[in-house]
Design a protein around this ligand. Sequence first.
Ligand code: 3HC
Ligand code: NAI
Length: 694
Amino acid sequence: MAVDYTTRNGIAVITLNNPPVNGLGFSTRLGIVEGVERAQADASVSAIVIVGAGKAFSGGADITEFNTPKATQEPTLHTVIKVVEGSTKPVVAAIHSVAMGGGLELALGAHYRVALAGAQIALPEVKLGILPGAGGTQRLPRAVGLETALNMIVSGAPVMSEKLAGAGLFDQMAEGDLLGEAVKFAQKVGAQSGPHPKVRDRKIEHPNAEGFIQFTRNMVTPMAKNFPAPLKCIDAVDAGVKLGFDKGLAAERECFVALVQTPESRALRHAFFGERAASKIPDVPSTTPVRKIERVGVIGAGTMGGGIAMNFANAGLPVTLLETKQEALDRGLATIRKNYESAVKKGRLTAEKLEERMALITPTLAYEGLKDADLIIEAVFEELGVKEQVFSKLDQVAKRGAILASNTSTLDVDKIAAFTKRPEDVVGMHFFSPANVMKLLEVVRGAKTSKDVLATVMQLAKKIKKTAVVSGVCDGFIGNRMIEQYLRQALFMLEEGALPAQVDRAIEKFGFAMGPFRMSDLAGNDIGWAIRKRRYLEKPDLKYSKIADRLCETGRFGQKTGAGWYDYKAGDRAAHPSKIVDEMVVAYSKERDVTRRKISDDEIVERLVFALVNEGALILEEGIASKASDIDMVYLTGYGFPLYRGGPMLYADTVGLYNVERAMRKYAAQPNGDAWKPAARVTELAAAGRGFNS
Ligand code: 3HC
Ligand code: NAI
């Protein structure tokens, strides 16, 4: 049963008991209505308290029910709130920890609210691409004022309960025993004659409501970009201000019904669940014991090592940073300090915190300094010989049970593990650059990596605020293996008739933060060149356009050399289309005897995105990723894939795999078509009318 009913000193206590967050799914809703009716019918009860069991009052509507018949099955949340608000016996919501979305809307339907300090109060629906759909856009402005409410509704950000106490949301702040105090409060109001106050009857007070709403709309419009929900939130509040509660409620309902079916909302919900699902590894139960991580070691204070060390210092963990030479150590520490100083300048960090974090980082030139570390992450040069030196040494000095991780982006984690006598303690922790900023962490599971190492690293990732996704061992892991196919297509298209700026423009219009050529110029074209040289040896049959090699032969490595696929001006990162490069591209087509053709923006997008999808499907087939949403999380958090499209695999589902496969076959018939053999997983799912996520 999702709701418990008890009585206490003449007060009915309705306890939401639907772990983990008391989501307001069908059975919870039913339980609340039954509880209120039972209390109404019981002459010995004078008032009702609604409280949440466990770690939340309520996290809101049950998102898993969205777009299923359960979501609209009566009693809907509307009905529940109507019953609560209509109760002749006063209803008191007793709030702790979390009152979000529908949970807050339910509390707003109660006659009184008692809360503990430290509870997160929010209407976060906008983050799921929808808006509060059970009266939140109407009642919250009446409860806490228009400005606070609009801010909360449009941002979805939580506000601490104590901050809202003065705003009129709570009738009493409880000090310790929430339920005891709520029951006492209920006894008091239960003894008073009704009618009891309803938030819906309050007025929205504001000296210039219309002006403020317009101001908010002007602010939000450029920020909302591809997300329809924020402006709809404003429309619903606006309707309530202008037309009153009931018409406002109807406007809210209409917006909710429209938004919940949008692809943007589907994508945001997919990302919400995808992030949580990523931390679950099919054969590693949640009960797996984890190792204690209190001290961290990082080897190499270069681009990655410095950023990795910052992550742990930011989380309050002491880090020992090891280098081979004093200059390298000094340089690394100076870069870390510079990064923190820039955060101080931007007002994101205080000067004291800067010093606190720097003090957590201990530089060393001696491996002895790592002997107490519980986790050691290697970020030295990308050469197997150097990794061998480091891991053999670690095997000697690291304490028993220490986790030994490599940040390698291309090398075989199993080979690295074999440099030690404890391969079960070795794992890949592939951070993305800049490591202190990027959310993604690919956790590379070696053949012998033990389950408790994986469980520990996944838990630690949360502590350092990363989205961790497990990848099996393969060349490029999930993200870089897929991006290689995307880049191959980008180069083929140059050869066939497109120019770099056109390709970038098309995919950026689709929503990518940066097109492939701007991205390559930023990362350094020499990096891709080195990878391709390796490929030419390892996979001589794999076809590549050589146009990028031509570019590199002229020394155009990208931003760092002031010229790449684009021209750059000193002190400016803006990419200017380059006449030299365009001519080089056209000359290359001629040399290859290719008649250049106009390539449409649609084709560019399809070839880039479906190349990701096809490789993603192979990655699933091979078990490198355990679920499609993991791949989407990699792309959303590490590669600038547009959030409102939910990642490549969800996007493919949205287009329909039948259509995706058809497009692949069409491209297979074109020149450079041998890259387009649809993966068996694509063909099977398309034939079954299913998607990667269904
Ligand atoms: N519906 C269904 N499941 C939910 C949920 C919800 N509203 N909120 C959380 N969960 C699930 C999570 O998926 C997760 O499941 P799992 O254990 O199987 O992975 C579990 O609850 C725990 O969630 P977290 O790992 O996020 O736990 P935290 O303690 O870190 O955070 C929280 C708790 C702050 C409540 C956070 O989960 C959260 O922000 N949830 C979303 C809240 C939200 O968006 N509510 C609005 C819902 S829409 C709505 O109410 C519509 C209404 O206006 C009509
Ligand atoms: P980097 O060249 O900036 O830094 C490497 C550092 O390691 C240097 O400071 C060097 O002095 C130090 N070093 C070399 N040998 C050492 C040894 N034996 N002991 C201690 N220190 C030693 O390189 P970067 O870019 O930081 O890369 C490091 C690792 O991270 C590589 O494996 C790379 O593939 C990987 N990586 C790099 C990414 C990037 O974008 N740069 C992204 C993800 C992973």
